[in-house]
Design a protein around this ligand. Structure first.
Ligand SMILES: NC(=O)c1ccc[n+]([C@@H]2O[C@H](COP(=O)([O-])OP(=O)(O)OC[C@H]3O[C@@H](n4cnc5c(N)ncnc54)[C@H](O)[C@@H]3O)[C@@H](O)[C@H]2O)c1
Length: 437
């Protein structure tokens, strides 16, 4: 099938590449000229494990093309995916200007039946808004489908190729058939394609992300209690998670959730609820807990250094909002850097993939190193902000020899408490005992 994907960011590029991988002819459209140029020249613009191989193969075989020209991009497409940003507006609601702007443009170009698919995360009622916007300029037949995306950055290709489920919101038989055909290769193992109305599909995505964010904030509050009671949150997590009704995943406490989705999606649902005169109390608390959690280490670090961080050299491992991505949107590390610099400390950071993005954002306010160890010489403390695998079993002796103080603040609970004790580190983590040598 010929399809178009409008917006070639994390979701659009993965969506386009994976649909090409199952034999479709895909044209990706983006307004960012330099991005389209790079992609056309075979350069993958994001870091996503497994993407480059599929991208290069499908491009080489002529199934994956890029353009800045919307009319050219959608000309032959039967299905047009909108994978556009939906950033938070000033009041927390999702800003639909990108989606509705493109819908307006598409309405002016359409000449025949096509299916427009909202893949972006959008509030309830957006499919209707997109429909009405297109219909202002195009009087023929077309459908708008809500098909929220559930991929996780870091495992996006795997998630897209083998989704737990595909949610398709449409009441049109014609659109349902086309969408079913497109997704059939991805659900051969029997994972469900769940058809529903557009509004339910739109809400499903917000409900899923908000629930996951709530799990994280819940565990972060349990971690606070563990610290007060002298319990260990890792033990509590294991004890809880082995109950099937709770599940083992997403129960890790740490320095808060970040990324381009959870923060904005939770806020957007709170706002949508408020607009409908409903006070979504749990979600308001989820947001508040996370705000505190992101900078939770700062007072603890300050306390360790007798309230004076001025001139302290802090090493930071991890900048991305989570491992296996270069995405730094709403990354807790950025909030920590901000606070440390305000207190007069200097920061030397390493991240396997996200340093370029941070450099582009904050320039030379902090130093960057080639590997994790180079961040350590002469540092007064090490902070771990992202649980990249390579941070899990470092050479502790080498570390000890390089650091000015053997002090670690671990925001992701990557090290074992007993090991820290044996090695003589001062070690603070989240919801676990502080190890004092
Ligand atoms: N990133 C994720 O993990 C993820 C997962 C599921 C859902 N989502 C949702 O998917 C949507 C897209 O997210 P993303 O992370 O891919 O965003 P992104 O910022 O990485 O990509 C958006 C792309 O759209 C392009 N764009 C903006 N205006 C355009 C226009 N008028 N025409 C063509 N292209 C235009 C931008 O240049 C950019 O390349 C959001 O609604 C997000 O909430 C994201």
């Amino acid at each position: 099938m010929k399809i178009a994907v409008i917006g070639t960011g994390y979701v659009g590029l993965v969506t386009g590449t994976c649909f090409a991988e199952t034999g479709n002819n895909v044209t990706c459209v983006d307004i960012d000229k330099s991005k389209v140029e790079k992609l056309s020249n075979g350069q993958v613009t994001i870091y996503e494990p497994g993407l480059e191989k599929l991208f290069l193969r499908n491009q080489r075989e002529g199934r994956l093309k890029f353009t800045t020209n919307l009319a050219e991009g959608i000309r032959d497409a039967k299905v047009i995916f909108l994978a556009l940003p939906t950033p938070p507006g000033a009041d927390g609601s999702a800003d639909l200007k990108f989606i509705l702007g493109v819908a307006e443009d598409i309405g002016k170009i359409l000449t025949e039946y096509k299916v427009l698919v909202d893949k972006s995360t959008v509030p309830v009622g957006t499919a209707k808004k997109v429909h009405d916007t297109v219909a202002k300029n195009y009087k023929g037949d077309f459908d708008v489908v809500s098909n929220p995306e559930f991929l996780r950055e870091g495992v996006a290709v795997e998630d897209f190729m083998k989704p737990d489920r595909v949610v398709i919101g449409t009441e049109s038989e014609k659109a349902r058939k086309l969408m079913g055909e497109l997704y059939a290769p991805f659900v051969r193992q029997g994972n469900p394609v769940i058809y529903m109305d557009e509004k339910s599909a739109e809400l499903t995505k917000y409900a899923a992300n908000s629930f996951l964010a709530a799990k994280i904030s819940f565990m972060n509050e349990i971690a606070r209690l563990c610290e007060l009671f002298g319990a260990d949150v890792d033990m509590v997590r294991r004890g809880m998670g082995s109950d099937d009704r709770i599940g083992k995943r997403f129960l890790f406490s740490g320095i808060g959730y970040g990324g381009s989705c959870f923060p904005k999606d939770v806020q957007a649902l709170v706002k949508s609820a408020a607009d409908a005169k409903y006070n979504f109390k749990i979600l308001e608390a989820v947001v508040e807990v996370n705000e505190q959690q992101k900078i939770y280490f700062i007072p603890r670090i300050k306390k360790y250094f007798s309230n004076n961080l001025s001139g302290k050299k802090i090493a930071l491992w991890g900048l991305a909002f989570k491992p296996n991505t270069d995405d730094i949107r709403e990354a807790p590390a950025l909030y920590i850097i901000d606070e440390l610099l305000k207190e007069g400390a200097t920061v030397t950071a390493f991240d396997p993939e996200a340093m370029k993005n941070v450099k582009d954002l904050i320039g030379d306010k902090i130093k960057f190193t080639e590997n994790q160890y180079e961040a350590l010489p002469g540092c007064d403390a090490l902070i771990i902000a992202t649980e990249w695998s390579e941070f899990r079993t470092p050479d502790f002796e080498k570390m000890a020899g390089m650091m000015n103080n053997k002090v670690i603040f671990d925001g992701r609970n990557v090290f074992d408490l007993n090991q820290m004790k044996e090695l003589g580190f001062y070690y603070e983590s989240v919801g676990r005992k502080t190890i004092v040598p």
